[in-house]
Design a protein around this ligand. Structure first.
Ligand SMILES: Cc1ncc(C[n+]2csc(CCOP(=O)(O)OP(=O)(O)O)c2C)c(N)n1
Ligand SMILES: [Mg+2]
Length: 534
């Protein structure tokens, strides 16, 4: 430990202890002291092109690693720019610490220039928005870390006045509290869950982010197999059950969504496994009973559940499994027939001879090495990719399906690629790509061999479809055409435009071997599939 601990060095030390190796941010005078304190021992500071992207980079890093994502901004305009990514972490249930500087304490209560009340700004989009002060720095830092990582995880924002960073922290040498979900006991509410499950003839499992965070994949796979339960997952839990598992039954509210809802409607019991109602895009209209299994009681009440098993999701599923002595409820062949119908659903509107969105997804998937991490942005391409991209392990498909903010995909891919080895692909719409395209310079600066595929349709397709469905003329939904390969090249990347599958395959043939520059592929798609599936 340093002989004199300052607030800046204490913050850096807590972050290192929490396993944080990178802070994504953008400098300003008010946070220079912190950057200096972290310069030698870490965490390393990665400068984004703007704060909004830095927050999404931190979110992508945390989604990939399961650890804490950290972003940093200066006061006022820096902090207001962070907001979307911070809200994203909270609604996507990703542990995040966001730190913003502030004008000196002596002026904080009356100064006007660049001062916003950051506590009130971040309050509604975080689990906690607090002020870091020298006298309580240890406690507040422990509280911030514990709050961000406790179930359900989310963002914490800390405001630090510029003079505070240099102040001495009194007392002990601050060690981090335990982080992450409990591993042990279960609480039971309502009816007997075992009787409910045993009594069901057509039960279906619905898994979500809580299952990922609890490492419940193996228990989920075993319960699905032994009890013969089809497993539907939320988009943010993709890979918690390998999608080549015989009981995998698809992703909720992505392409082919009606087929999934039809399956759920035929069930006589839905057993949730860490499913989070934040992932529902369409209303819950089912009258099927629900057995709610999660780290959190069913406080949302988006669906009613007469029975709740609350605690570690892996422990809860193992407990159900240990008591299961019935015959499999569904045959593998029935689930395979459902998957075939789902496949027809997400391929509907396929136009031979054109570059179909689902084909872009499956072609990129086929070319990607095992263990490739994919991020998506938000729009019609996300709805397609959420279903058509095959996921085989958790934390490899990074999708925002809580806040669902455009502008997530590329920064999240950069954050993920900077935080863990292995190939990373970003699938983005041309609208969302345009919001953050200059961040490609960061990917180039860091030497990340990202592959970015832009679903180029000249439109905010998802919104166009809505306007068309209402019979309205299309207004403000055209995306200005820019020369994407030229843009990419100017930012230190390679760029190529493709108009058909063979062109895409050719572009991908060297994408994953020995590349040092990021590659941007503009895929000129035909949007008939989107329209057919809306
Ligand atoms: C920051 C933000 N602004 C607006 C929206 C609303 N929205 C959802 S999808 C979409 C269209 C996205 O267009 P694009 O990125 O081109 O993807 P596409 O739908 O064409 O695949 C919009 C505007 C949003 N989710 N996030
Ligand atoms: Mg588009």
């Amino acid at each position: 430990m340093h002989s004199e601990r300052t607030v800046a060095s204490a913050l850096a030390s807590y972050l290192r202890q929490a396993g944080v190796t990178r802070v994504f941010g953008y400098p300003g005078e008010s946070v220079v002291e912190f950057m200096e304190a972290a310069r030698d021992s870490g965490p390393a500071m990665i400068a984004a092109i703007r704060e909004a992207s830095a927050a999404f980079m931190a979110e992508g890093a945390a989604m990939r690693t399961g650890g804490l994502g950290v972003c940093l901004s200066t006061l006022g305009p820096g902090s207001t720019a962070l907001l979307n990514g911070v809200a994203g972490a909270t609604l996507d249930r990703v542990p995040m610490l966001a730190v913003s500087g502030q004008v000196a304490s002596s002026r904080e209560q009356y100064w006007k220039h660049q001062v916003v009340d950051q506590g009130r700004l971040f309050g509604p989009v975080t689990k906690l928005a607090a002020r870091l002060e020298a006298g309580s720095a240890d406690t507040v830092l422990r509280k911030a870390l514990r709050t961000a990582t406790a179930e359900r995880p989310g963002a914490v924002h800390l405001t630090v006045t510029t003079d505070t960073f240099g102040m001495t922290v009194e007392g002990g040498d601050g060690t981090v509290p335990p982080l992450g979900p409990a591993t042990g006991s279960l609480d039971f509410f309502g009816e007997d869950p075992l009787r409910q499950l045993r009594g069901a003839r057509r039960p279906v499992l619905l898994a979500g982010g809580g299952a990922v965070r609890c490492g419940a994949g193996p228990a989920l796979a075993e319960l699905a197999t032994r009890a013969g339960l089809p497993v539907v997952v939320g988009a943010m839990a993709k890979g918690v059950l390998s999608e080549d598992h015989p009981y995998f039954a698809g992703v909720l509210d992505m392409a082919g969504h009606r087929v999934i809802w039809d399956l759920l409607a035929t069930a006589d019991l839905i057993v949730t496994a860490g499913f989070d109602a934040v992932e529902l895009i369409t209303p819950w209209r089912l009258s099927v009973p629900v057995l709610h299994v999660d780290t959190t009681p069913n406080t949302d009440q988006v669906y009613p559940a007469a029975t709740e098993v609350v605690g570690n999701v892996a422990a809860a599923l193992s407990w159900l499994l240990a008591s299961w002595d019935g015959a499999p409820r569904w045959q593998e062949a029935e689930v395979a027939a459902h998957r075939a119908a789902l496949r027809d659903g997400w391929q509907a509107g396929y136009t031979p001879g054109r570059l179909n969105p689902s084909e872009v997804v499956t072609t990129v998937r086929a070319a990607s090495p095992a263990g490739t991490v994919v991020t998506t942005d938000v729009g019609s391409h996300k709805i397609t990719a959420g279903q058509a991209w095959s996921a085989y392990a958790p934390r490899e498909t990074l999708i925002t399906n809580g806040l669902s903010a455009m502008g997530f995909g590329l920064p999240a891919a950069i954050g993920a690629a900077a935080s863990a080895p292995g190939p990373v692909v970003c699938l983005a719409g041309d609208g969302g790509f345009g919001m953050t395209a200059t961040e490609l310079a960061v990917a180039a600066r860091l030497g990340l061999s990202l592959v970015v595929v832009v679903f180029s349709d000249g439109s905010l397709n998802r919104i166009e479809l809505h306007q068309a469905a209402l019979g309205y003329p299309l207004t403000a939904t055209a995306v200005d055409r820019v020369d994407i390969p030229v843009l990419a090249e100017s930012l230190g990347c390679d760029g190529i435009r493709v108009e058909n599958v063979s062109g895409l395959e050719k572009a991908l043939s060297t994408a994953f071997s020995g590349r040092v520059r990021p590659l941007v592929i503009e895929a000129r798609i035909d949007t008939s599939q989107y329209a057919a599936q809306y």
